[in-house]
Each structure stands twice: as C-alpha cells, then as structure tokens.
Design a protein around this ligand. Structure first.
Ligand SMILES: *[C@@H]1O[C@H](CO)[C@@H](O)[C@H](O)[C@H]1NC(C)=O
Length: 358
C-alpha cells in the first residue's frame, strides 16, 4: 500500500508540470491503470524483471565511441511486450544526486546537458537498451546506472566506463597548497584535463606514481601516492600506498591537485628554431606556426599516448617549462620516464611546445 501512495503523490507532481510526459524519470501510468494492490499482485505474481550489465569495466579513451551494455528480460518471459521506460544516469563522485544522461519511452528519447546530441540507445534486439556515447570527453569517465522501469518493477544495473589516461600532480605558479577544491577543479580544466578520481590515482600509483604533496581528488578527499616509503611522506614504517587526509573542507582547505588527461586528437610538438623564446614570444611562435602553445595536460597526453620524447625544455601555456622523456638517458633527468619540470621560471629563454588540432 505504501508503494501505491508514493506513486500517486508523484503523479500529482507530474501533472502540475503541465504537459511533461514524465517526472523525475519515472512513468507512473501503469500503476494508476491498475485497480489496486491486489490485482497487480495477481497479474504479476512470480514474474521478475531482470536487468543485466557487464561486471567488468569498459576501458577506452577520450575521443572514442563507447557502448555501455545493458539488457533486460522478464522471467518467465511475457507473451506481449510491455511499455517500459529506460533511464540512464551517471553517478556523481562528490554528491548524492545523479546526473541525468538519457531517458527513453518507446522510440522517443531525450538526452541531457553535455550528453545531448551524442548519445542514443542501441536497441539492436529486443531487450537491448545499451547506451552509445560518441566522442567521449574527459568528464565521461565514471559509473552509469541503467534503469528499467515498467511501473510495477524498477530494476537497474551499473556500468563502469573507465578512460585510459595519465594522472599528473599540479601546483600552480603561485605555489604549493594554494588551491581549494573548486579552484582545483578549474585548474585541471585549464590544463585540458579533469580532476582525477581515486581509481585513476590508484591505477597511476600501481604504475609507479610517487608524489609527496597532497592533492585534491574528484570525491573531495585529499590524498597522495607513495611507492617508496620515506620519512617526510608518512614515515618509513608505513607500507607504500595512497596516503589519505580524508575529506577536506571544499572552500577553506588548500592543497595541490591531481589532474587526469586521456588520449588527445592532434599533435603536440617541440618548436625548434635557432633562437629561444620568452613566454610571450613562445605563444606568438606557436601561433605563427598555425598552432597554439600546449597545455600541461596536452603534453602529458602526448607523452603517454604518442610517446613524445624530447630532451629540450619548452614553455607551456601556464608559464611552466617542461620536457617529456619516454626513454631515459644521461643529461635528460632521472632514470625513470616522465615529464620533467623546471617550474615557472621568471627569467630565461627556452623552446616551445605547441599543439595543433589537425
Ligand atoms: C563514432 O561514431 C560516429 C557516428 O557513428 C562515427 O562517424 C565516428 O567515426 C565514430 N568515431 C570513432 C572514433 O570511431
């Protein structure tokens, strides 16, 4: 009885929206068409709605198309198809409210926000309600819920979409531990990257990332990855791992940030000319070459995905000077591969890393 009352309340909210066919992603007509609890139970006695999603994550990268598999069926099977609603949403890391991705009733569907124009349901066979997302963006990584609603039953499954990429610690030009959470997110965006998730940081730690400055993550926690235990980084007695400061106040507390970048269309290259540049000259030189000065996330992406390797320091858009090394060699920094940084030099002339879209 309780379920029925809840449905009626929501339906009233629905009609108050004037003409919208649904509210909050749910379709309640089936419930209302039934004459009461008893009949519904007789009608649906023993029939189960089953929703299946893959247990393993989907691994892909920025720019690719992804199909998030989701199938449903009734057990035992029904003779006649029932009108159902499909709702895809994306779980948010730092809040409880999910983000709407797409809702569909019959052949009609609607996608929301950043997803509109690049998502549809696959519907290859009966019961296939897989979600296709084209031209994946950095923000698209994460967990998605596939929800099948037929008025009486509501079942869902989760699909985990993971972008392959690279995590890098970031400290802005004005120093260490100056970013609150909101500024940290913005800072990553400015580097053509996004604030990293815990899973992304963890994966990078498994691949050897070691960084002794704490940084914000997408879930609002502050953590740092240590592969070699040592005194100033949590102590020698502590096993290697991700050290956590836990959740911090998003406006008041200040740290560095871990950013994440994935595959990049286009090309990052070192602009070699006889003379070296100041920062302003470097920006101009890239423009003269029909390109733009590269961002930090773009340099990391080129290093990771295109194996960019250059033992020459060059300016980047944020005023830092760096160079990418895939095959470590003498006079090109430490014995591990990585993007080397000279920080934010106030004086001096260097080369330039430019980015061309193609
Ligand atoms: C993604 O799908 C669109 C439309 O189906 C297609 O034109 C495009 O080439 C695909 N992109 C990739 C990277 O496969």
């Amino acid at each position: 009885m309780l379920l029925f009352l809840v449905a009626v309340t929501l339906l009233q909210t629905d009609s108050s929206l004037g003409g919208l066919p649904y509210y909050n992603g749910f379709y309640y007509n089936h419930v209302m068409n039934d004459k009461g609890n008893g009949e519904r139970e007789i009608h649906f006695n023993g029939i189960k709605l089953v929703v299946e999603t893959p247990g393993d994550p989907i691994f892909t990268h920025r720019g690719a198309n992804a199909t998030l598999s989701c199938q449903y069926h009734y057990d035992p099977p029904l003779d006649k198809p029932r009108k159902i609603r499909i709702k895809w949403s994306k779980l948010r890391e730092d809040s409880t409210k999910d983000q709407d991705v797409l809702v569909a009733v019959g052949l009609k569907h609607r996608s929301f926000g950043d997803f509109s124009g690049r998502t549809h349901l696959q519907q290859d066979s009966s019961g296939d309600v897989s979600l296709v997302i084209r031209d994946l963006r950095l923000h698209d990584g994460g967990k998605y819920r596939c929800e099948v609603i037929d008025g009486l039953e509501d079942e869902s499954g989760i699909v985990d979409l993971e972008l392959r990429g690279v995590v890098f610690p970031y400290q802005p030009h004005h120093g260490r531990y100056v970013l609150n959470f909101h500024e940290a997110k913005k800072t990553c965006d400015e580097q053509d990257a996004v604030i990293a998730s815990f899973e992304q940081l963890f994966k990078s730690w498994e691949e050897g990332l070691d960084w002794c400055n704490a940084g914000w993550l997408a879930d609002g926690t502050v953590q740092y990855p240590i592969t070699l235990s040592r005194e100033p980084c949590g102590g020698r007695a502590m096993a290697p791992g991700i050290r956590s400061y836990g959740e911090r106040h998003k406006s008041l507390h200040r740290f560095d940030v871990f950013c994440f970048s994935s595959y990049l269309k286009g090309e990052v290259y070192y602009l070699s000319q006889a003379q070296k540049f100041t920062l302003e000259e470097a920006k101009q030189a890239c423009q003269d070459d029909k390109a733009e000065i590269a961002k930090v996330g773009q340099l990391y992406s080129a290093w990771q995905f295109h194996k960019l390797d250059h033992c020459n320091a060059g300016w980047l858009a944020d005023g830092s000077v760096r160079y990418p090394i895939v095959s470590p060699r003498p006079k090109c920094g430490p014995p591990e591969p990585g993007v080397r940084s000279f920080g934010f030099p106030k004086h001096g002339k260097f080369g330039a890393y430019c980015y061309k879209m193609n």
